[in-house]
Design a protein around this ligand. Structure first.
Ligand code: G6P
Length: 611
């Protein structure tokens, strides 16, 4: 989720590139950098922090150039520090490259390049690509030929832009899984960017590359090729959106954009990590800690808010598949309640931002008590990521909407990956492992299917827009989903909502049920389905208005529920991902219909860095 912009033409490139970067800053802002071609040199300026820091640095010693590329970074590999900032360079400083995405075979390529004598100055996967281009650049050939040769060896997702003083006044751009588009500027200039926001100040005519395409941009125009070297034609589109909606990818709110990004973010959290044959996972962040993890006898998860709900699903999974006892603690309680942390306890901190004060304090508490510490974190290089001994990153990209959506489902998948890791090293069979891996592989497509329910759920929201209370009920893996569904509704629509274990309802909330109380039942066909059907009957008998989220035709529920939302079926633990998505959409549409500020709900903060 980094931002890329490139310009080649006759005007001064720096202000154009800086303007593009500022418009992309919502995509990531832990460092920024620029590479400019002036005469026979590539000049690079990089700064940690926001684009305005880069701007200040450039003002100190301005560089005149009419061709350049720039980048604002959201770290995926390596901390957000200066050496890891983009552009990344060839050793002789003649090639500069900016990248958005994740290169899956970076480790293997790095080893190969080290054998050729290349030294690496960053921890990034990006540096591997630029050094590979250098290695494969044959004498008397063009930059684009070297880039294409390198990309044929690269696996994973990338959107890149490359410049070189060895073949100057041109940009080579390429895409595979991470978007990179061309902006058709005025006569004599061409731009490129990771999305239309990057180029919109100069042009509204854009050309979208396909996966496996690369393009050569020169002042005289551009050409597009397939990686095989065949020239391909790509159409020019008119951008009709305004800037704000370009940043939101055409969605009305970041929350909706992030809900719809989930098929992609789920692919990202799994990318390069699944071992289909072995029914296992490859997790770079914990690979070197096999010994500590083999000795774990209990896991204490600490988190807040939505991340705490993800922890509950993780608890059920780890206990079912890996047979490890797990406790899930509110970080704010854990830190003050003198917990017993016996030897062999692993503290697992779950946090989207990696900055939540209570989760950080709980982590420090556990560390002090001698526990090993692990993070499931989205923000690379964040405080929690730095303070844990090892961990798994979500790679979900920046989450802008205050109510967490895509980070939650990525947390569920990251915890599934961790369960596979722990389970397969304990008592989980290859067959069981393969079943989970297969279910993970089809999950993004199933989420796409659930997203097609958007219009249906908008109608449902219209129907319930005046409700003052909501009850969400579920059992097993669906209990944490009920909690999360209720939290989403509270956060963005300000309707009072409670999540409860469906059977526990009898011990209190049932007193609230009348024909004015909408009740959302999570009722996919899992091992507790028939029990949930009984709970539905109990609510029906008291005239509650029932919305059931089911995973097949649910004939048992005909005539018993008022509305049915049908999601596809998968294994019970991952049904939690599929049933979450309609609840996110329901909360979103209720909030929009009620005129609430969806992306910045009152009184809430994205990252709570105070107690
Ligand atoms: C805040 C946010 C929630 C989030 C919680 C924990 O309350 O509004 O969306 O779930 O903090 O944040 P973390 O970044 O640690 O996951």
């Amino acid at each position: 989720m980094c931002g890329i912009v490139g310009y080649v033409g006759s005007r001064e490139a720096t202000p154009i590139l800086l303007e593009g970067l500022k418009r992309l800053e919502y995509r990531g802002y832990d460092s920024a950098g620029i590479a400019l071609l002036n005469g026979k040199n590539v000049s690079v300026v990089k700064q940690p922090g926001k684009v305005r820091e880069l701007e200040k640095a450039i003002k100190v010693s301005p560089i005149s150039a009419t061709c350049g590329i720039a980048h604002t970074r959201w770290a995926t590999h390596g901390s957000p520090n200066l050496p890891n900032a983009h552009p990344q360079m060839s050793t002789d400083g003649t090639i500069a490259l900016v990248h958005n995405g994740i290169i899956e075979n970076a480790d293997a390529l790095r080893v190969q390049l080290q054998k050729e004598g290349y030294l690496f100055v960053s921890e990034t996967d990006t540096e591997v690509v630029v050094k590979l281009i250098d290695l494969l650049w044959m004498e008397d050939t063009l930059l684009e030929e070297a880039v294409a040769a390198a990309l044929r060896q690269v696996e994973g997702a990338y959107g890149i832009a490359v410049v070189s003083s060895r073949d100057s006044n041109k940009i080579v751009a390429a895409q595979n899984g991470s978007p990179l588009l061309i902006g058709v500027g005025q006569e004599g200039e061409v731009l490129c960017g990771s999305n239309a926001a990057a180029v919109i100040s100069l042009t509204r005519e854009v050309v979208y590359l396909d996966d496996g395409d690369y393009a050569v941009l020169e002042p005289s125009g551009f050409r597009t090729y397939h990686l095989s070297g065949t020239e391909v034609a790509r159409s020019v589109y008119q951008v009709t959106w305004d800037l704000e909606s370009v940043e939101k990818g055409g969605y009305e709110h970041f929350m909706l954009k992030e809900i719809f990004e989930q098929p992609e973010t789920l692919r990202n959290v799994m990318r390069g990590r699944l071992l289909e044959e072995e029914g296992d996972v490859r997790l770079g962040g914990i690979r070197d800690h096999a010994k500590e993890l083999a000795e774990v006898r209990r896991i204490v998860m600490t988190a807040c808010g939505t991340s705490w709900h993800a922890g509950l699903v993780g608890e059920y999974m780890l206990e079912e598949f890996a047979r490890i006892p797990v406790n899930v603690e509110y970080a704010s309680e854990f830190r003050y309640r003198h917990p017993v942390l016996e030897e062999g306890t692993l503290n697992l901190a779950i946090s989207q931002s990696g900055e939540t004060a209570d989760t950080l304090a709980a982590l420090k508490e556990a560390k002090q008590a001698g526990s090993d510490t692990m993070g499931v974190v989205n923000t690379v290089g964040s405080t929690i990521a730095r303070h844990t001994d090892f961990g798994i990153y979500l790679h979900a990209g920046p989450e802008i909407g205050v109510a967490s959506t895509k980070a939650f489902t990525s947390q569920l998948v990251a915890l599934t990956l961790f369960t596979l890791y722990m389970g397969r090293r304990r008592q989980m069979s290859v067959l069981q492992g393969r079943e989970v891996v297969a279910a993970l592989q089809e999950l993004p497509d199933l989420v796409e299917e659930v997203l097609q329910l958007n219009d249906e759920i908008r109608d449902l929201a219209q129907h319930f827009k005046d409700a003052r209370n909501f009850l969400y009920l579920g059992r097993g893996y669906q209990f944490p989903v009920a909690l999360e569904g209720a939290l989403k509704l509270k956060e963005v629509s300000y309707i009072h909502a409670e999540g409860y274990p469906a059977a526990e309802m009898k011990h209190g909330p049932i007193a609230l049920i009348d024909d004015d109380m909408p009740v959302v039942f999570l009722a996919p066909r899992d091992s507790v389905y028939t029990k949930v059907v009984s709970n539905i009957e109990e609510v029906k008998a008291r005239q509650g208005r029932i919305i059931a989220v089911v995973s097949d035709n649910a004939p048992e529920l005909k005539g018993k529920v008022d509305h049915m939302i049908r999601v596809p079926h998968t294994i019970p633990s991952l049904l939690s991902v599929l049933t979450t998505v309609p609840l996110q959409l329901l909360a979103y549409h209720m909030a929009v219909i009620r005129g609430a500020n969806v992306d910045q709900p009152r009184n809430l903060a994205k990252s709570v860095t105070v107690e």
